[in-house]
Design a protein around this ligand. Sequence first.
Ligand SMILES: NC(=O)c1ccc[n+]([C@@H]2O[C@H](COP(=O)([O-])OP(=O)(O)OC[C@H]3O[C@@H](n4cnc5c(N)ncnc54)[C@H](OP(=O)(O)O)[C@@H]3O)[C@@H](O)[C@H]2O)c1
Ligand SMILES: [Zn+2]
Ligand SMILES: [Zn+2]
Length: 340
Amino acid sequence: MQRTYKAVEVSSPGVLRVVERQISEPGPGQVRIRVEACGICHTDAATITGAYPGLALPRVPGHEVVGRIEALGSGVSRWKIGQRVGVGLIAGEDGVCQPCRRGDMVNCQNPVVSGVTVDGGYAEVMIAEARGIASIPDELNSVDAAPLLCAGITTYNALRNAGLRGGDLVAVQGIGGLGHLGVQFARRLGFHTVAIGRGGDKGRLAKDLGAHVHIDTAVDDAVAVLQRMGGARAILATAPSGDSMGPLVSGLAVRGKLIVVGVPQDQIQLSAFPLVFGGRSVYGSLTGTAIEQEDTLAFSVLENIRPMIETAPLEEAADAYARMMQGKARFRMVLVMKNA
Ligand SMILES: NC(=O)c1ccc[n+]([C@@H]2O[C@H](COP(=O)([O-])OP(=O)(O)OC[C@H]3O[C@@H](n4cnc5c(N)ncnc54)[C@H](OP(=O)(O)O)[C@@H]3O)[C@@H](O)[C@H]2O)c1
Ligand SMILES: [Zn+2]
Ligand SMILES: [Zn+2]
């Protein structure tokens, strides 16, 4: 058997380089995966720029990983060699911290974070914690399943956990990797769906994805349009820009919620008036757990939701990442390995 594999690592901040690494055996409770596909999420920037708190380089980024199990560590009984599985961002809770003890695993205070605390999926091989992986249904091919493991679950969980009802007016801000899936989920969950983006060229695509209404903020004031429609019950904010999120609170209906899933570098400025007068709220939502990934995949199969993707070979990870950062991807870049 081949003893080495190709990976793309962040060797120093901003530098992605192709390296050859030794294959290692999975430890107790772990599996080794032959990676077939890995999506490029905007959160990878936190690894690639070196900004993620506590990050040590070199590190292989990537947390939208799909592949087949090729080796099992001791004590792993639930999974089989050859089974197709996925790995997301939060890929193993410690089981002992307060949130874990209360059953809130996604908010574990000491989690395994793919591409941050351990090497991720920009590689032909990845070691993962068996407790943190999800089963991939046969109906989904690997390149389509990959983006559902972060962009998909993040938007699906945020929307389905927001206490909304069928027919509610729901807006998705930022039509990128997360947003283009958020629009599809909002529509298929039965909401009156509005897509908020910055350019006219995405209008047609937003409608194709299921948006009833597309607001181009280069032309229209999103708050005014939403208020004319009666105000949104929820706005799912995916843009990596705090500046663009804060004013959206005024586009909410009374008791509406701004759900923050984008993680901008800049601050979100808020006016107290729409929060206090009308009981509006702002809160964050962090991706989800392995079993919730399986929910996301199952709902996507059920409702025929697929990411819109562009693929690139693993060796071209740096270019693919740059394309995502420049906002050129339609809508998710997915790295494809030779194993696929
Ligand atoms: N909460 C979580 O668990 C979680 C999970 C994954 C990612 N994230 C975060 O979510 C954010 C989005 O990730 P992504 O992978 O979807 O990124 P992406 O593919 O780059 O998409 C972001 C979209 O936001 C819009 N946007 C970008 N810059 C903007 C600006 N300055 N003002 C207004 N809109 C802007 C753009 O859409 P338009 O062209 O339509 O305006 C862009 O397509 C990132 O901050 C990422 O770290 C969070
Ligand atoms: Zn992500
Ligand atoms: Zn924990």
